[in-house]
Design a protein around this ligand. Structure first.
Ligand SMILES: Nc1nc2c(ncn2[C@@H]2O[C@H](COP(=O)(O)OP(=O)(O)OP(=O)(O)O)[C@@H](O)[C@H]2O)c(=O)[nH]1
Ligand SMILES: [Mg+2]
Length: 268
């Protein structure tokens, strides 16, 4: 008996959502890896789609907007009052990707120093790490490297997907109330793109207040995590061939190359 309610219609992904900035994308392919598409069509996704839940951790300085980001996506709410996260919190989100059920566990961690030690005990086993900084606070961008280093101590750097997210994009528009000029914003974004490239992370800029890019960003996280999981499953089950590429956060100009030379419609 299936006790789970059907996946919400707005959580169904039939195509690969695209990156925000080409120069800081995990990969720039238009479609899912052909082997992934094929495995989904043939219901050969192994544990993905059955009981597997992928863990995503969200880290970054206090008050950069981690909780608001998760709440905007999961609950479509926004709270203008700051309530510090104590330790950790998590939300479950269920998706359907290429017809396959896929669940993400989004771990919202505390940025405050005094709770960091509790929060870091939950870093282990992440498939994706989202490092958030405030687009209007250069110090929070500088601190992202330390957040990443701490998160990677508990995870396998070669397989985890990284996302660098600039928050509070709405504050960077030029109005009387806002602190940044467009030139300052562009400078900040330039620095952030550089940091993202150094980390081999995909860069996003979002606003949880307006909702700008929030859904697009989480769909991209979901899709890339799903894709990496299915490729790993195929690898594990031995159905992949030597020469296929599975690391999608590496220098991947040849990604999909081997696959595209194979039969276009389906895999062996
Ligand atoms: N204008 C604007 N304010 C935001 C945005 N996102 C968050 N905020 C505000 O920033 C403050 C902190 O947001 P939180 O989401 O609680 O920050 P956090 O990163 O979870 O903080 P910790 O839990 O202490 O680590 C709150 O007052 C939010 O209303 C945004 O996109 N735009
Ligand atoms: Mg929080």
């Amino acid at each position: 008996m299936n006790i789970l309610a059907p996946v919400r219609r707005d959580r169904v992904l039939t195509e690969l959502p695209q990156y925000l900035r080409k120069e800081a994308a995990l990969h720039v392919h238009k479609d899912f890896h052909p082997r992934v598409t094929c495995a989904c069509q043939e219901h050969r996704t192994g544990t993905v789609g059955r009981f597997k839940i992928s863990k995503v951790i969200v880290v970054g300085d206090l008050s950069v907007g981690k909780t608001c980001l998760i709440n905007r996506f999961c609950k479509d709410t926004f709270d203008k009052n700051y309530k510090a996260t104590i330790g950790v919190d998590f939300e479950m989100e269920r998706f359907e990707v290429l017809g396959v059920p896929f669940s993400l566990q989004l771990w919202d961690t505390a940025g405050q120093e005094r709770f960091k030690c509790i929060a870091s005990t939950y870093y282990r086993g992440a498939q994706a790490i989202i490092i958030v900084f405030n687009l209007n606070d250069v110090a929070s961008l500088e601190h992202t490297k330390q957040w990443l280093a701490d998160a990677l101590k508990e995870n396998d750097p070669s397989s985890v997907l990284l996302f660098l997210v600039g928050s509070k994009k709405d504050l960077s528009h030029l109005t009387l109330a806002f602190p940044q000029t467009p030139a300052q914003y562009m400078l900040m974004e330039k620095d952030a793109l550089k940091v993202a490239q150094e980390m081999k992370a995909e860069y996003w800029a979002v606003s949880s207040l307006t909702g700008e890019n929030v859904r697009e960003f989480f769909f991209r996280v979901t899709a890339l995590t799903f894709e990496a999981n299915v490729l790993a499953e195929l690898e594990k089950s031995g159905s992949r061939r030597i020469g296929d590429v599975i690391r999608i956060n590496s220098d991947d100009s040849n990604l999909y190359l081997t696959a595209s030379k194979k039969k276009p419609m389906c895999c062996p």
